[in-house]
Write a protein that binds this ligand. Structure first.
Ligand SMILES: *[C@@H]1O[C@H](CO)[C@@H](O)[C@H](O)[C@H]1NC(C)=O
Ligand SMILES: *[C@@H]1O[C@H](CO)[C@@H](O)[C@H](O)[C@H]1NC(C)=O
Ligand SMILES: *[C@@H]1O[C@H](CO)[C@@H](O)[C@H](O)[C@H]1NC(C)=O
Ligand SMILES: *[C@@H]1O[C@H](CO)[C@@H](O)[C@H](O)[C@H]1NC(C)=O
Ligand SMILES: *[C@@H]1O[C@H](CO)[C@@H](O)[C@H](O)[C@H]1NC(C)=O
Ligand SMILES: *[C@@H]1O[C@H](CO)[C@@H](O)[C@H](O)[C@H]1NC(C)=O
Length: 250
């Protein structure tokens, strides 16, 4: 029995223990990097899974709003909210409603169903009307959307239709997708025409006022300046002639 032999026997359990600890530590730290960044949220996938939104999916695709939502979700911290009308809601529209819209109007219609912030069901109770949608600001004839709540019921009104939030399809703290029972028809595409008729007569009145004067102020001034120029030219020419005569006399 040499001391060398003894020491190995003595150390072996410690070496094994150390190895075990190292392995355990590695095993414990390993799961942390494993999940990595979560896969980007895909609104198309979410709606496909819910399987009663084929018309909305088609419109998301035509207008590229689906891609826009995915990009915006990846790039912004404020999240998004989507109101998803069911296929039944689209079929309830009067015939030709969608076909009557231009590409830009289709885009506006779909953007009107998207809010640029994440709104949980409880947050609906604290919102102030009108809501800002992706379609525009919230002024009266520029895509306002109002929310009213009572208990768990959340209603939306556009001024043209009243819709009810029927169901939460998806929520993750960043994206909320709510099923709505009606297509949200915005006022400025489907409502009565805005009082655009009022500003129209104004220029006519102005023209009449101007017409009362013999000539508009602008033309008076341009004429008078033209006269001034002619007088100036005459003076200059007469001056030249006078100078010429004076030269001849000398
Ligand atoms: C989203 O999902 C759809 C259908 O599942 C797929 O076609 C599309 O490529 C996905 N988009 C992204 C950005 O992953
Ligand atoms: C999400 O954003 C990151 C950087 O902000 C970018 O590298 C990545 O390509 C984006 N992913 C998608 C699917 O847009
Ligand atoms: C929501 O709409 C439903 C159906 O139109 C109606 O019965 C209910 O009273 C409304 N609730 C609120 C809070 O506006
Ligand atoms: C929406 O709410 C605003 C502010 O309360 C109100 O002035 C407007 O009339 C409402 N519009 C509709 C369509 O309910
Ligand atoms: C929407 O609801 C409001 C009050 O709840 C009502 O005055 C209005 O007539 C309704 N509009 C439609 C289009 O049903
Ligand atoms: C036109 O000329 C008049 C008199 O010279 C002057 O009072 C007036 O300000 C001028 N208007 C414009 C538009 O230049």
């Amino acid at each position: 029995m040499t001391p060398h032999f003894l020491s190995i026997h003595f150390l072996l359990p410690f070496i094994l223990l150390f190895t075990t600890i190292t392995t355990t530590t590695l095993a414990q730290t390993a799961p942390a990097p494993a999940p990595g960044p979560p896969p980007p949220t895909n609104i198309t996938k979410i709606l496909e899974k819910a399987s009663q939104f084929t018309t909305l999916l088609r419109l998301f695709s035509i207008t590229k709003v689906g891609d826009q939502i995915n990009t915006q979700l990846n790039n912004s911290k404020s999240g998004m909210t989507v109101f998803a009308p069911t296929d039944n809601a689209f079929s309830a529209l009067s015939a030709g409603t969608l076909n009557s819209l231009s590409d830009q109007q289709k885009d506006e219609l779909i953007q009107f169903h998207v809010l640029p912030t994440f709104i949980s069901t409880t947050q609906f109770q604290t919102l102030s009307n009108p809501l800002r949608t992706q379609a525009g600001d919230s002024t009266f004839y520029n895509f306002p959307l109002n929310v009213t709540t009572s208990g768990n019921t959340v209603n939306l009104t556009t001024g043209v239709v009243n819709a009810t939030v029927a169901n939460t399809i998806y929520t993750d703290g960043s994206l909320a997708v709510y099923e709505v029972d009606k297509v949200l028809l915005p006022m400025n595409l489907f409502g009565p025409q805005p009082p655009a008729a009022a500003p129209a007569p104004e220029p006519v009145k102005k023209k009449k006022k101007n017409g009362d004067d013999d000539t508009p102020a602008d033309s008076v001034n341009s004429t008078s300046s033209a006269v001034d120029l002619r007088v100036g030219l005459h003076g200059f020419i007469w001056g030249l002639i006078a100078a010429f005569i004076a030269m001849l006399c000398l």
